[in-house]
Design a protein around this ligand. Structure first.
Ligand SMILES: NC(=O)c1ccc[n+]([C@@H]2O[C@H](COP(=O)([O-])OP(=O)(O)OC[C@H]3O[C@@H](n4cnc5c(N)ncnc54)[C@H](OP(=O)(O)O)[C@@H]3O)[C@@H](O)[C@H]2O)c1
Length: 163
C-alpha cells in the first residue's frame, strides 16, 4: 500500500524556501508515531531539510536524478519506477515529500494522512495537489486547537481512495 503523509495549509501550501511552513510539535509527534518502523520515501531536498537524517527507526529511500549518488543512511533510487520497485513487498510505504515527489506519487496513493493546518501562508512556494473529496473516503478526523507550543489550529485526517 502506498500512503502519503503531509501537512497542508490553506490553498494546498506545504513549504517555503526549502523548509516547512511552521513548527507544530504535535504534528511531528504524530508523523513519528505513524511512520516509525516503516519505510519512508522522499525527494533529496526533503531528505536534506530533515533536522536529523536519515530518519531513525525507518527504512529511508531517497529519490535523485544524479545516477550513482549515495547518501549516508539512505537507500537511493534514481527514477519513479525504481522507487515503486524498491517499495514493493512493503505492507505500507509512506511518501513523505516534498512537493515534486508528492505530485508524482499522488495518482498511485491508496491512503492519505493529512494534517490540515487552518492557516494561510501567502509566502509559500511549494504545494500539494488538490484533494478531490469525491475521490476519497474520510476514515477519521481529529481536530486540535492551537496552544502555546502549536501556533495554529489543525486537523488530523485520514482518507482512503474510493474504489
Ligand atoms: N508539509 C509537509 O508535510 C512537507 C513534507 C515534506 C517536504 N515539505 C516541503 O517541501 C519542500 C521540498 O519539496 P521539493 O518539491 O522542493 O523537493 P523534493 O520533492 O523533496 O525533492 C526533489 C528532488 O527529488 C529528486 N527527484 C524527485 N523526483 C524524481 C524522480 N522521478 N527521479 C529522480 N529524482 C527525483 C530530485 O533530486 P536531484 O535534484 O538530486 O535530482 C529533485 O530535485 C520543502 O519546502 C519541504 O519543507 C513539506
Amino acid at each position: 500500500m502506498i500512503s502519503i503523509i503531509v501537512a497542508v495549509a490553506e490553498g494546498g501550501a506545504i513549504g517555503q524556501k526549502g523548509d516547512l511552513l511552521c513548527h507544530l510539535p504535535l504534528d511531528l509527534q504524530h508523523f513519528k508515531h505513524i511512520t516509525s518502523g516503516h519505510t519512508v520515501l522522499m525527494g533529496k531536498r526533503t531528505f536534506f531539510s530533515l533536522p536529523k537524517h536519515p530518519l531513525p527507526n525507518r527504512r529511508n529511500i531517497v529519490l535523485t536524478d544524479i545516477q550513482g549518488e549515495q547518501l549516508e543512511g539512505a537507500e537511493m533510487v534514481y527514477s519513479l519506477k525504481e522507487a515503486i520497485e524498491a517499495a514493493r513487498g512493503e505492507q505500507e510505504v509512506f511518501i513523505i515529500g516534498g512537493g515534486m515527489v508528492y505530485r508524482q506519487f499522488f495518482p498511485y496513493a491508496d491512503k492519505l494522512y493529512i494534517t490540515h493546518i487552518h492557516h494561510s501562508f501567502p509566502e509559500a512556494d511549494t504545494f500539494f495537489p488538490e484533494i478531490k473529496l469525491d475521490e476519497w473516503q474520510l476514515l477519521s478526523e481529529e481536530k486540535i486547537s492551537a496552544d502555546e507550543k502549536n501556533p495554529f489550529d489543525f486537523t488530523f485526517a485520514e482518507y482512503l481512495r474510493k474504489k
